[in-house]
Design a protein around this ligand. Structure first.
Ligand SMILES: [Zn+2]
Length: 181
């Protein structure tokens, strides 16, 4: 996974809990993960397993027993990746954004495939497949990311659902998204 995804998590911890929390979470990781994450570069590649263990450590330390934390982590990444669109973000086409997200999958992941399918004027499905490693927490973060990004772009409420999941032996993780305007 690209370093950008790790940096978005550190920024989330700093913003929500202060700089001390980044150190506390890193301290909770085993030495090899901690070593890998020293001086993360946004363009470098890091193991998927390290990202999963980082998210689990964030959950354990900042929100014990609260499963919704994974969606919040994903939502924080949405903030990171839609910010460059600027204040007129809601005027961009959401279908265009989601289809670009699928096209850009290889820029952030060294594995898997992504396809976007437009349904109607205001809904579509993005499907991820061929993941060599599966992790439900990562799917929940993806759902949070999609919901957060489309909310920011549309400026309106969003419904999002993971309708099939590779963790349940489905062929792909299909995220359906529908926005009010
Ligand atoms: Zn899934």
């Amino acid at each position: 996974m690209r370093g950008l995804l790790f940096l978005a998590r550190f920024e989330y911890l700093r913003r929500e809990h202060g700089p001390g929390m980044v150190a506390a979470v890193l301290q909770a990781l085993d030495p090899s993960d901690r070593g890998a994450l020293r001086g993360v570069d946004r363009r470098e590649w890091y193991p998927f397993g390290t990202l999963v263990r980082l998210d689990r450590a964030i959950a354990r330390i900042t929100a014990p027993g609260d499963d919704a934390i994974y969606e919040r982590i994903g939502r924080a990444c949405a903030r990171h990746r839609t910010e460059w669109l600027g204040p007129d973000a809601r005027f961009h086409s959401i279908h265009g954004f989601l289809s670009r997200l699928a096209d850009q999958h290889p820029r952030l992941h060294s594995f898997g495939e992504a396809v976007y399918l437009r349904h109607g004027f205001r809904d579509g499905t993005i499907a991820f497949s061929k993941y060599p490693e599966l992790e439900g927490a990562f799917c929940r973060a993806t759902l949070g990311y999609l919901r957060g990004a489309v909310e920011r772009l549309s400026g309106a409420p969003v419904a999002a659902l993971e309708r099939s999941c590779q963790c349940r032996r489905d062929e792909s993780c299909q995220f359906w998204i529908s926005w009010a305007r």
